[in-house]
Ligand binder design. Structure first.
Ligand SMILES: NC(=O)c1ccc[n+]([C@@H]2O[C@H](COP(=O)([O-])OP(=O)(O)OC[C@H]3O[C@@H](n4cnc5c(N)ncnc54)[C@H](OP(=O)(O)O)[C@@H]3O)[C@@H](O)[C@H]2O)c1
Length: 303
């Protein structure tokens, strides 16, 4: 006769949902089914105690555990940072939807096939078609232009998105913002930075216990532009190493206005993406994160 043992979620450390459950339980006779409404997988697994033989007289014990699954909506998944986030997320088994005006990228890659690409402008988005079932929204919306354009894309676009996510009950929102570079206030008053800070404060007021603001400096990696690849890592990677090695000597200079333009360490686009993946799966990860903290969060996922 089969005995059923229910493993309550509370006994599983939140950060290790998924991974640990699978390793705790034998891989033999494991079956997984997705609960359609609450993004939780029900795992059933049968096993025998060590002294049991595998003949038909063994008494199997069925173990059931709930494992949380994630579905994220990446605003700007076709961009430089957004595509790295989509790639890292699908590699960790996270369901990914991207929303951007250009939709699906023109290049092919296996991870591209695993993302649902939605074409649309956040200012006119049909949110009900995009946000259904999402456990987190990740916004990479931002950019340069004239004052008005920068306020609109860095500020308004993100504020609209935060409110849409909140209205649709999405439990988590992650914003890619920017480091302030210790810049003088007349530069920080530009549309780029004021837009970013307005978006941050909207997010943190609406998502008090789950909003995530990542503030990277220069992000390096391979940026795709019109079919060409710009290898920003040629500069970024060695610069990151040099700045890390000289950090103790340069620390006193950090109080000088604008010094971070030279001294703030670059961060790889993969680290930003892994920090996002960490934020998606760790309910205790919320608030504002500096460049160093982004790297620390990324290391947890990389290892
Ligand atoms: N790159 C860096 O070094 C760096 C450093 C610090 C912070 N950041 C921040 O990181 C974020 C991402 O930067 P990035 O370099 O990846 O920028 P990006 O390559 O220009 O990506 C921006 C993405 O947003 C989408 N987008 C723009 N306007 C939109 C709209 N109205 N509706 C829907 N989608 C829209 C773009 O796609 P479509 O144009 O097709 O819509 C694109 O996919 C930005 O917020 C930036 O400020 C970047």
């Amino acid at each position: 006769m089969a005995t059923q043992v229910w493993v309550p979620q509370a006994t599983i450390p939140r950060r290790s949902w998924g991974k640990k459950v699978f390793s705790l339980l034998p891989s033999r006779s494991q079956s997984v089914s997705l609960h359609p409404t609450n993004n939780r997988r029900s795992i059933k697994c049968s096993y025998s105690t060590p002294d049991m033989t595998t003949d038909s007289s063994s008494v199997p014990i069925d173990v059931y555990a709930d494992v949380k699954t994630e579905k994220i909506v990446v605003l700007g998944g076709s961009g430089f940072v957004g595509s790295a986030i989509c790639k890292a997320a699908v590699s960790r088994g996270i369901e990914v939807v991207s929303l951007s005006r250009s939709g699906r990228p023109s290049y092919t890659d296996s991870w591209v096939e695993q993302v649902s690409w939605v074409k649309g402008d956040v200012f006119y988005a049909r949110w009900d078609e995009v946000l259904g079932g999402a456990t987190a929204v990740v916004s990479t919306l931002g950019g340069f232009g004239n004052e008005e354009q920068m306020k609109r894309i860095n500020g308004e676009a993100n504020i609209i998105s935060v409110n849409a996510a909140k209205d649709f009950g999405v439990p988590k929102f992650i914003l890619i913002s920017v480091h302030d570079y210790n810049l003088p206030s007349f530069i920080l008053n530009s549309g780029y930075f004021t837009g970013k800070r307005q978006a941050e404060s909207e997010l943190l007021s609406k998502y008090t216990n789950s909003g995530v603001v990542l503030r990277p400096g220069f992000i390096y990696g391979k940026r795709k532009v019109d079919g060409y690849e710009i290898p920003l890592d040629i500069v970024g990677e060695p610069l990151e190493r040099v700045l890390a090695a000289t950090a103790s000597f340069t620390r006193p200079l950090k109080s000088l206005p604008g010094s971070d333009l030279l001294l703030a360490p670059p961060v790889s686009v993969d680290d930003v993406a892994y920090a996002v993946v960490n934020a998606v799966s760790d309910d205790d990860f919320f608030g504002v994160f500096t460049i160093e903290q982004i790297k620390e969060a990324a290391a947890k996922v990389r290892s």
